[in-house]
Design a binder for this molecule. Structure first.
Ligand SMILES: N[C@@H](CCC(=O)N[C@@H](CS)C(=O)NCC(=O)O)C(=O)O
Length: 249
């Protein structure tokens, strides 16, 4: 009869109880890093950056400039999609990644449920998500013909019938804002429209009434101002994002 062997089983280790910051579902020890590209050009990077800043969530930024050796060397390691932005919990490349702006906004809402990433009221939250999703998946004519270029001015450039339709829809959405921001306090929906507010300055698109007031409030918000200051300080010229630049002789 075969002898029965008993194995000494180790008791599973209890998960470490990590300190938690009030109102946050992320362990206090986990640092957040947002991987972004040029502040002058990268409108998708701008969105979670201004959201984190506006809602007072501490984070670090890691910038990989377009067409740079750093981008070519590191992008595959820090971005599952090969695009920016990417939010890392823990070290970029080895921590936990969330990519794509809408997913990042949702992840931040889960990590920081009391930080006003989305409005507290369920119906306002649904409307804010609708507005952000409409930006995320739409306004292609505007995005294509008027690429973000915070430091430049090209009044009148990029306008056509489809772009005018996008602008009319955005103006209607903004005109319904519960000022100062779309849903009162700065939330993810405002972050999604921040690069549109700067585009209207770059391309000389003039708005009226409350839509104009909302645009002003967005441009004057400390988070958008801080991002824009970084954009203006940049000197890199990325040809792909500069369809209206006059080539220097
Ligand atoms: N749907 C993505 C779009 C991200 C995106 O297109 N990012 C651009 C920068 S603004 C990018 O990484 N471009 C680099 C490339 O195309 O190689 C999001 O919402 O995050």
């Amino acid at each position: 009869m075969p002898s029965v062997q008993f194995q000494t089983l180790r008791r599973p280790r209890r998960p470490a109880i990590l300190p938690r910051i009030r109102g946050m579902n992320v362990p206090a020890a986990t640092s957040l890093t947002l991987v972004i590209a040029n502040k002058n050009y990268s409108s998708w990077s701008m969105r979670p950056w201004v959201l984190l800043r506006a809602r007072g969530v501490p984070f670090q930024e890691r910038m990989l400039k377009f067409e740079s050796p750093e981008w070519r060397e590191h992008i595959a390691q820090v971005s599952p999609s090969g695009l920016v932005p990417v939010l890392w919990e823990g070290d970029p490349g080895t921590g936990f990644a969330t990519w794509d702006t809408l997913a990042i906004a949702e992840r931040l809402h889960e990590l920081f449920p009391d930080r006003g990433i989305w409005p507290a009221d369920a119906r306002l939250r649904a409307q804010a998500r609708s507005a952000a999703a409409e930006m995320h998946s739409g306004f292609r004519a505007l995005r294509g013909a008027m690429p973000m270029n915070i430091r430049s001015r090209y009044p009148g450039k990029g306008m056509n019938a489809d772009v005018a339709k996008d602008i009319a829809r955005i103006s209607a959405l903004w005109a319904a804002a519960t000022l100062p921001y779309l849903f009162g306090e700065f939330c993810a929906a405002d972050a999604f429209y921040a690069p549109v507010a700067t585009r209207f300055v770059t391309y000389g698109v003039e708005l009226k009434g409350s839509a104009r007031e909302y645009q002003r409030a967005l441009l004057d918000s400390p988070a958008v101002k801080a991002w824009s200051a970084g954009a203006i300080a940049e000197t890199e010229f990325v040809a792909e994002d500069e369809p209206y630049a006059v080539p220097s002789r």
